[in-house]
Design a protein around this ligand. Structure first.
Ligand code: SAM
Ligand code: DTB
Ligand code: SF4
Length: 338
C-alpha cells in the first residue's frame, strides 16, 4: 500500500467547510443519476482518504432500556412497549472486558451508549472510570449519553474521551414527527458543548423513518453546515422495532441508502462516513457500493445496542473479498502520516 498520497485527518486538523449548503443543492446531488453520483463521491473520497481503509468501531450498551425520551424509532424508550428489558448500568469490569474483546478483534474505537435523556452527575462519574480504563487499553473512546449539561463534556474529555456521538437524526422539519420530548436546538446545544470541550464530534442521522428525500437532504445540509464539520458521520438505516411508532415504517430502497452515503461524502469530504445501523439487512454488493461511494467506517461486532449487526467473521470475509483493510490503530490517523 502506497502511503505517500494519503491525507488522513486527525481531530486536531481543522475541518474544511465549503460554506453554506442549501437544501436544494443537496437535493440536486441526490437527484443525480446513481452511477454519476457514486463516481463523484468516489473521486472526492480519494482526495481525502485512502479508500482501501475502513475504520472499525465497536458499540456497547452500558445502560439499556427505560429511557425517558420518546424517540419514535427506539427500542429503549420507556414510552414504547418493545421486547427490550430495562437493565442496570454495567460494571466497569464488564465494560472493560467487552472493550478488550473488541480490541482483540481489531476494532480501534469503542463506543459506549446509554439510554438516558442525559447523564445524571452520579452516573457520569461511573462512566468516567469506564472511559479511563477503555482508553488505557489503547482504544479510541466514544460515548453517546444524550444531552449534556454544562461541565459534563469537560469531565468526559479530562477522563480521556475522544469522541462524543450525538445525532441530529433528521431534518428540522421532520424532527417533531419523531421526537416530542426534546428539540432540535437541544441537540445543537449539546453539540456546541462537545466542540467547546475539545472533543471530536460524531454526528449523523437515521433514514427510513418515513421521511422524504427532501428531509434526507435537509439532514445532510444541517450536518454539512456545522462549523467545523463533524469528524465522524454515522448514517443509520432504521432497524424496525416491534412496538415503536416506526415499527412498520415503509421500506427504504437500498439505492437510497447508497445515495445518502454518497451525498454525505461529497458534502462532508474530510469526515469519516459510517455505514451504521442497517447493514445486517443489506447485501454484500450494496455494502460494496456504499464503500465505493465513500463510506469508510463501520460498526464492527455482533451487536449494535439492542439489535444485531453482521458477525465479526462475516465482516472479516467481506473486507477480504473487497480488499479493504482496517484502519490499524489511532496512530494511523495522525497528522502528516505519509
Ligand atoms: N440515548 C442517546 C441519544 O439518543 O443520544 C444515545 C443512544 S441513541 C440509540 C443514538 C442514535 O442511534 C440515535 O440518535 C439514532 O440515530 C440511532 N438509532 C436509535 N435507534 C435506532 C434504530 N432502531 N435504528 C437505527 N438507528 C437507531
Ligand atoms: C449511531 O449513530 N448509531 C448507533 C450509535 N450511534 C449509538 C446506534 C444504533 C442503534 C441501532 C438500534 C439498536 O441496536 O438498538
Ligand atoms: Fe433514549 Fe437515545 Fe433511545 Fe432516544 S434514542 S429513546 S434518547 S436511548
Amino acid at each position: 500500500m502506497q502511503q505517500s498520497t494519503i491525507q488522513f485527518q486527525s481531530p486536531s486538523t481543522p475541518h474544511p467547510q465549503r460554506g453554506n449548503w442549501r437544501v436544494e443543492e443537496v437535493e440536486a446531488l441526490f437527484a443525480l443519476p446513481l452511477m454519476e453520483l457514486v463516481f463523484r463521491a468516489a473521486e472526492i473520497h480519494r482526495q481525502f482518504f485512502d479508500p482501501s481503509r475502513v475504520q472499525l468501531s465497536t458499540l456497547l450498551s452500558i445502560k439499556t432500556g427505560g429511557c425517558e425520551e420518546d424517540c419514535g424509532y427506539c427500542a429503549q424508550s420507556a414510552h414504547h412497549d418493545t421486547p427490550v428489558e430495562d437493565q442496570p448500568m454495567m460494571t466497569v469490569d464488564e465494560v472493560v472486558a467487552a472493550a478488550r474483546t473488541a480490541r482483540d478483534n481489531g476494532a480501534t474505537r469503542f463506543c459506549m451508549g446509554a439510554a438516558w435523556r442525559g447523564p445524571k452527575d452520579a452516573d457520569l462519574a461511573k462512566t468516567l472510570e469506564m472511559v479511563r480504563e477503555v482508553k488505557a487499553l489503547g482504544l479510541e473512546t466514544c460515548a453517546t449519553f444524550g444531552l449534556l449539561k454544562d461541565g459534563q463534556a469537560e469531565r468526559l474529555k479530562d477522563a480521556g474521551l475522544d469522541y462524543y456521538n450525538h445525532n441530529l437524526d433528521t431534518s428540522p422539519e421532520k424532527y417533531a414527527d419523531i421526537i416530542h420530548t426534546r428539540e432540535y436546538n437541544d441537540r445543537l446545544d449539546t453539540l456546541g458543548k462537545v466542540r467547546t470541550a475539545g472533543l471530536s464530534v460524531c454526528c449523523g442521522g437515521i433514514i427510513g423513518i418515513d421521511e422524504t428525500r427532501r428531509d434526507r437532504a435537509g439532514l445532510i445540509a444541517q450536518l454539512a453546515n456545522l462549523d467545523p464539520q463533524p469528524e465522524s458521520v454515522p448514517i443509520n438505516q432504521l432497524a424496525k422495532i416491534e412496538g415503536t411508532p416506526l415499527g412498520d415504517a415503509a421500506e427504504l430502497d437500498w439505492t437510497e441508502f447508497v445515495r445518502t452515503i454518497a451525498v454525505a461524502r461529497i458534502t462532508l469530504p474530510a469526515s469519516f462516513v459510517r455505514l451504521s445501523a442497517g447493514r445486517r439487512g443489506m447485501s454484500e454488493a450494496a455494502q460494496a457500493l456504499c464503500f465505493l461511494a465513500g463510506a469508510n467506517s463501520i460498526f464492527y461486532g455482533d451487536k449494535l445496542l439492542t439489535t444485531g449487526n453482521p458477525d465479526v467473521e462475516a465482516d472479516r470475509q467481506l473486507m477480504q473479498k473487497l480488499d479493504l483493510l482496517p484502519l490499524e490503530s489511532p496512530a494511523d490517523i495522525s497528522e502528516g502520516d505519509n
